[in-house]
Structures are given as structure tokens and as C-alpha cells.
Design a protein around this ligand. Structure first.
Ligand code: ADE
Length: 233
């Protein structure tokens, strides 16, 4: 999987992605990361990439030219071979990201991420290059970088070979539509709190049953919206 990130802050992306599990996957060559500083592509002599919005209003917009030229440089190889790469624009106005979307994106060979700043990006370049507009939730960040990192991390862990233990990708919250059950490790008593007896019993069927009940109870309390979806399936 190759991730290419169009951004005004490449160091933010490099720093986060070259750490921990994604960093190890990059070193192993399972993931490839390329960052592109959009500012390097501006034709403005003062290296500006933003301008005032037509029609007025607060804030500045990123202009189409530097964004398009950065994209064209990064996508050149794919475009030359007749393939338009999946291009994700991170925006609070996008569709809300979820595990199903992470799994869908993980099937691609290459994804380009476009991170906006200021009040947004000229709509015309979005129309031309973007295939998916994604929000990571109903709140507004200062830019798309942190959102792109969230999406890349969730996609990366679904790419075969990224997680050391392949099975752990499937057993956590959301893969069966429910929140994960509580887990415990040694010691069996800590701060006066005991690990639930059933987990020490070695009785696998009872353990499974307990975990399912815990998942259902948590989901009912914390995310009743998920439970409704689950019961529809
Ligand atoms: N950029 C700013 N806020 C965002 C959000 N919530 N999701 C994705 N991109 C964003």
C-alpha cells in the first residue's frame, strides 16, 4: 500500500507515520509513505497558496493551482498508465469515516490524501481530483493532517503484513458491530480489583458467552445506535 499525502505540513505526517506499527511497516516495505509540500508547487512569487473567497466571508481558501499541480506531480505515474488514483480529501463536510470505509480503502494499491487548511479549498480542484470526501467526526480541526493520519492508521492496520499478529485485526470493536468486551492481564488482583472469575476458569464456551454479554451491555450503554444497526443485520 502506498500513501501519498498532499499537505502544507509534511513533517507532521512523517513524524507520526514513521512511529510505532506504521513506522515498522514502512521499514519492512509493506507500507510506503510519500509526502508532498503543496507550497513547493505554488506559482505565487511570495509562495502563497491561499486567497480570499469570492462572495466574501471569513477566512482564506487554498487555491486550485498549487493543489492541482502537486496532485499532478504525485499522480503522474498512475495517470500515465491510465489509472486515476483513489484521492481522499479530509473535510468536516465529508461522509463520516468508519471501519467499513477503512476496509474498503485497504483494498487499494495506492491512496492520495489531500489535507486542507484555512477555510477550505477551491471547489473546482476538489471536483477534478477527489474521489472520496471524508470527515473523521462532527468537530472541526485546524487542518486535514490529523484526520488523514487517523484514516491512514485505520487503513494501514487492515493491510496484510502491517500488524505482527494478523488475527488481531479482526477481533476488536466494530468488526462485528459491537464494542469490545473488557480485557485483563496479570496480576489477577490489582488495587483490590479481581479479574472476573470466568476468565480464569479455562472454560472456553463460558468465556465466549461472558465476552458477548459484556460487548452487548457496553454497546447498549455507550452506543445504542450501533445496537440498532446490529439488530437489523
Ligand atoms: N478537517 C477539519 N476538520 C475535519 C474533520 N472533522 N474531519 C476531516 N477533516 C477535517
Amino acid at each position: 500500500m502506498k500513501f501519498t499525502v498532499l499537505t502544507l505540513f509534511p513533517e507532521l505526517i512523517e513524524g507520526a507515520m514513521n512511529t510505532s506499527i506504521c513506522g515498522r511497516a514502512i521499514s519492512k516495505g509493506v507500507l510506503e509513505l510519500k509526502t508532498c509540500d503543496i507550497r513547493d508547487y505554488t506559482e505565487n512569487k511570495n509562495r502563497r497558496v491561499d486567497d480570499y473567497p469570492y462572495g466574501g466571508g471569513a477566512g482564506m481558501l487554498m487555491q486550485a493551482q498549487p493543489v492541482y499541480d502537486a496532485y499532478a506531480a504525485m499522480a503522474a505515474e498512475s495517470l500515465a498508465s491510465g489509472k486515476k488514483p483513489r484521492t481522499v480529501f479530509l473535510t468536516p463536510a465529508g461522509k463520516v469515516f468508519d471501519q467499513a470505509k477503512a476496509e474498503e480503502l485497504a483494498k487499494e494499491d495506492e491512496i492520495i490524501f489531500l489535507c486542507g487548511h484555512y477555510e477550505g479549498i477551491d471547489e473546482r480542484v476538489i471536483e477534478e481530483i477527489v474521489t472520496d470526501e471524508i470527515s473523521i467526526g462532527d468537530y472541526v480541526l485546524t487542518g486535514g493532517e490529523l484526520a488523514s493520519l487517523v484514516v491512514m492508521d485505520a487503513v494501514a492496520r487492515m493491510v496484510p503484513g502491517v500488524l505482527g499478529n494478523e488475527t488481531s485485526a479482526g477481533t476488536e470493536s466494530f468488526t462485528d458491530g459491537l464494542l469490545e468486551y473488557p480485557q485483563y492481564t496479570r496480576p489477577d488482583e490489582w488495587h483490590g480489583k479481581k479479574v472476573p472469575e470466568v476468565l480464569l476458569s479455562g472454560h472456553h464456551a463460558n468465556i465466549e458467552k461472558w465476552r458477548k454479554e459484556q460487548s452487548l451491555q457496553r454497546t447498549r450503554e455507550r452506543r445504542p445506535d450501533l445496537l440498532e444497526k446490529f439488530s437489523d443485520q
